[in-house]
Design a protein around this ligand. Structure first.
Ligand SMILES: Nc1ncnc2c1ncn2[C@@H]1O[C@H](COP(=O)(O)OP(=O)(O)OP(=O)(O)O)[C@@H](O)[C@H]1O
Ligand SMILES: [Mg+2]
Length: 301
């Protein structure tokens, strides 16, 4: 529990994030609540971390990944043998037309679904070999998820949404409150802790989702079209935020995207077509051609 002081009558009250009115004089205590998280604001470099004891070059590897969905008579091969190595600390974008298998790949790498064939390794551990508990631990502690549609819980405040994954990680409520408020402050929402998703703009909701993805200091952030529902400017702010996290904390970012602005910040771009890796471009090579790309796609923006 955190202790906050009433600004009117100096009454001190312990809170786990629910008290917003002074129990003694009814004064508004929202501001005091919000200040809780600001006292020890850490830097971007401290909110995500790669605390692995291993030194494997690749944090994620997939080998011959196949995913076949069967719906009655219809079989869809969403992935058709994907081999992909993702370096520790890399910013990787996965691009490809709608239906090419980006989200499917993302779900396999994130342990949200199982491949029909092939293997997905996280730090050289074959995910298929993990039992339900180990997989839940891995998802909770190693990976932060961001989705196109934000996926916030509508009845919960921003702070409650951000602290939810911390409950599963077994954090004390004091720590949760402090870290939750700090993370929201970090993404520029220090003054929106008690707003529910419907009281926030789309960009603000996605910021809450970014803060939530950082709840348990992940080594990997998986973002499935994080800017897909945002306007250009807001999308750019989210991309900048992810890039900053990537460079300052060394967190590996893997993002499925249609957004050409992602190219600017990516180390590599993996193009997927019909469930296979079509080509992989390196940032260094792209620098040479970026002018061409910009003009080629300018009309679609
Ligand atoms: N749960 C499912 N059941 C059956 N088919 C599915 C399922 N999920 C995806 N598919 C099919 O798998 C293929 C790949 O879908 P996926 O969602 O991975 O595409 P995507 O590249 O993420 O597309 P978008 O850019 O539109 O998000 C599509 O043909 C889709 O219809
Ligand atoms: Mg998708």
């Amino acid at each position: 529990m955190a202790v906050i002081k009433c600004p009117e009558c100096d009454y001190e009250v312990e809170t786990d994030g629910i008290v917003t009115v002074c129990p003694k004089c009814n004064a508004d205590m929202t501001k005091a609540m919000e200040d809780v998280g600001r006292t020890s604001r850490p830097k971007m470099s401290e909110v995500a971390r790669d605390d692995s004891v291993t030194t494997h070059e690749f944090i994620v590897r997939t080998k011959g990944l196949v995913k076949e969905y069967v719906m009655g008579e219809v079989r869809v091969r969403a992935l058709n043998g994907v081999d992909l190595d993702v370096r520790r600390g890399e910013y990787l974008s996965i691009m490809g037309p709608s239906g090419s298998g980006k989200s499917t790949l993302f779900n396999m790498v994130g342990g949200l679904d199982k491949p029909s064939e092939g293997t997905c390794y996280i730090e050289e551990v074959d995910m298929a070999q993990l039992d339900a508990f180990e997989l839940a631990w891995l998802r909770c502690r190693k990976i932060g998820y961001i989705f196109q549609s934000f996926n916030l819980i509508p009845v919960m405040t921003a702070l409650e949404n951000v602290t939810l994954p911390m409950i599963f990680a077994g954090m004390s409520s004091d720590e949760m409150m402090e870290r939750g408020a700090m993370l929201l402050d970090l993404v520029g929402l220090g003054d929106r802790l008690h707003h529910k998703p419907y009281e926030l703009s789309g960009g603000q909701q996605q910021r809450v989702a970014v803060a939530r993805s950082l709840a348990n200091s992940p080594a990997i952030i998986l973002a499935d079209e994080p800017t897909g529902n945002l306007d250009l400017q807001t999308g750019k702010e989210i991309i900048d935020l992810l890039k900053e996290l990537n460079t300052e904390s060394g967190v590996t970012v893997i993002s499925a995207t249609h957004d050409l602005k992602m190219i600017d910040v990516s180390d590599r771009i993996v193009h997927i077509r019909d469930g296979v890796c079509d080509k992989i471009e390196h940032r260094a090579d792209l620098d040479l051609n970026i002018g061409d790309l910009g003009s080629e796609h300018a009309e679609g923006e």
